[in-house]
Design a protein around this ligand. Sequence first.
Ligand code: 6PG
Length: 463
Amino acid sequence: MARIGLTGLGTMGAALALNIAEKGYPIAVHNRSTERTRAFLDEAGPLAEAITATESFEALAGALETPRAVIAMVPAGDPVDAVIEGLLPHLEKGDLIIDAGNANFHDTRRREADLARQGFNFIGMGVSGGEDGARHGPSIMVGGPAESYAPIEEIVEAIAARYKDEPCAAHLGPDGAGHFVKTVHNGIEYADMQLIAEVYGMLRDGQGRAPGQIAELFAEWNGGPLHSYLVEISAAVLAAKDPETKRPMVEMIVDAAGQKGTGRWTLIEALTLGQSATAIEAAVAARSWSAAREARAAGAEILAAPEGKCHPVLDSDLEEALLAARIIGYAQGMALLAAASEEYEWGLDLARIAEIWRAGCIIRSALLDDIASAVREGLPHGQLIFAPRFVGRLAEGMPALRRVVTCGLAAGLPMPAMAAAIGFYDTMRTARGTTDLIQAQRDFFGAHGFARIDGGEGHHGPW
Ligand code: 6PG
């Protein structure tokens, strides 16, 4: 009998199944199309011995030890409900379904509650690390009842990435906590990718550097404080050549970015919770505008470009600017996690989250160890940017970030995420802001009332 089941043998599901089999856990697999299941078994090589291929939900359930545990690795949304509906008649009370896709955490909350009412267990498990991570060790963010997780904890920890021998997997809270954390992880991922792309834009369009030269610079940075998976792969893709034309591969790629929704969900939740993740918002917006290719091509003809030129920006300034903006991207994500934890009473351990992001996931970076320590030491007013170990780093990096953005703006290079990072930093260090005027305007046109600095609410101005 197999110890665990998995349905959905797409790229991620297949990789995760092989990872589980390789760690010594017999696994039963299933896919909607049986051809894919057969092809998967062929690809599995010697690991096929630990794999039972099944051709129906009934057979999948029948191949499992009880109480059963089945991972669903299918696209978020209706396919997850379809799997649940298909599996349920073949399961017994106390069996467990694990949604390992990028689900919206509201769906996870609903599914967990629905299934609990019927006597079944359900876990929402965020898995990060792409295909390679899923195959050799992803970062795993688990949400759901702790009792439901207990029977599979050993397997999850065995397949997870390791940071200094510690598994990058944790049970983070009830119901949708795991999928929410994964969503915010992706929001931070969007911001970080956009920041790197903005630096690439300044080097390419502001300084006329070739992809190969930018690749070398990124590779060098990856040896320093910017060390991270995303900087590493950016160097690798910039160095790659198109086999057909022999030109740099990036030059052959259409500049319209895809998005499956997790970045947008991060923003929706941020706004709902009264937060504002502006660096992530800039990144999502940049992807959305990237899709308007024809309009942008027309805009290049219609709209006036600034007279100014981009002065040569020092490479060291760009490196420091990227680091400072990256810290702010993480800080906005962390603040959102804290707000959601309070709203949904999840008791999220932010330090633990930073720890399980140190290896395996897409946003893994040298910074995360420091972020984990900073959170453990306590964040003044809940703000990572106020943490003693980040105040000094930002004081050093912000002047470089200002120089880079000033230059980019003068030359008309779009740098929305970098500019948003500065806006957040300056807002948070402005004790007396400018919303006194907004309150006055609101009172003027709508008699909304304002609080006076010398006391009392609901005052009106002499307008
Ligand atoms: C990960 C990635 C992964 C996936 C995203 C990409 O953590 O492994 O985030 O989940 O690559 O879904 O999202 P977009 O298609 O929206 O860029």
